[in-house]
Design a binder for this molecule. Structure first.
Ligand code: NAD
Length: 256
């Protein structure tokens, strides 16, 4: 028996990376999944690979019409939406003085506005059925600043805040809303030219768990939060970062 048997989920930004891992694990756990992205070829390939157990639909999270369409087609096909994962996101490395307004707004529109539009698109049907789970993907950058990521950090703080308001508004309708905060996870998001000089082997060496995380590790937390196993958690922050946020390491102290 799967932990998500009979549940219907929508996952955004899921043609690759963490979203793709979430789709695959949700299907494995018995959910019916509709997932969207702007990378249509890759999304269709993931759906084909899953042999029809999941449905791909184009979704640009900045577009209200795309959200209305994916919510409507999920309900047409499966009768309900039980779970929404707002996963789509982008990252732009820019120092303040070299940051254009267009770059800034692109990050805010996808990471922050996209999350708002996603929550809004599923709220009415979840309220009507008096149940539902929304999981918003923030980041450790939703708690602390990250050098060179002013727009990304702003957007991920916003996602953490929006999650709490939604949890307050929707709890009485049986809808739980939580945020997930990954640290460094090995996906194509980190293939930025600015990170090219980073020694990926050492970059996470200061963490208590001194390595980068995997998309599957995040997907496992998503299964927990989407399932009834987390029935008493809402408005909460779930950190999955190898201990990155425990505190700064003082060189020379402790360890071998
Ligand atoms: N990789 C990390 O280290 C890390 C750390 C913390 C948080 N996150 C967050 O995790 C989430 C998933 O990222 P990932 O690591 O899998 O990276 P990724 O770049 O592989 O995946 C992001 C996905 O979002 C999609 N996307 C971008 N713009 C979109 C739009 N307008 N509409 C719909 N989809 C769009 C991309 O096409 C891509 O498939 C993001 O929200 C990211 O900010 C990532």
């Amino acid at each position: 028996m799967g932990r998500l048997d009979g549940k219907v989920a929508i996952v955004s930004g899921a043609a690759r990376g963490q979203g793709e891992a979430e789709v695959r694990m949700f299907v494995h756990e018995g959910a019916q999944v509709v997932f969207g992205d702007v990378l249509d070829d890759r999304g269709e390939k993931v759906a084909a690979d899953l042999g029809g157990a999941a449905v791909y639909q184009h979704l640009d999270v900045t577009q209200e019409g795309d959200w209305d369409a994916i919510a409507a087609s999920t309900i047409d096909r499966f009768g309900r939406v039980d779970i929404l994962i707002n996963n789509a996101g982008i990252l732009r490395v820019r120092m303040l003085d070299g940051h254009t307004l267009d770059d800034y707004m692109e990050v805010i529109n996808i990471n922050q506005v996209g999350c708002f539009l996603g929550m809004r698109a599923v709220t009415a049907s979840m309220k009507e059925q008096r149940s539902g789970v929304i999981i918003n993907t923030s980041s450790t950058s939703g708690f602390v600043g990250t050098l060179g990521l002013v727009a990304y950090t702003a957007s991920k703080f916003a996602v953490r805040g929006m999650t709490k308001v939604a949890a307050m508004e929707l709890g009485h309708f049986g809808i739980r809303v939580n945020s997930v905060h990954p640290g460094g996870i090995a996906t194509e998001m980190l293939n930025q030219p600015e990170f090219a000089g980073l020694d990926q082997g050492n970059a996470y060496g200061g963490q208590p768990i001194p390595r980068i995380g995997t998309p599957d590790e995040v997907a496992k937390m998503m299964v927990f939060l989407a399932s009834d196993d987390s029935s008493f958690s809402t408005g909460s922050e779930f950190i999955i970062d190898g201990g990155y946020m425990t505190g700064p390491v003082i060189a020379g102290l402790g360890g071998d």
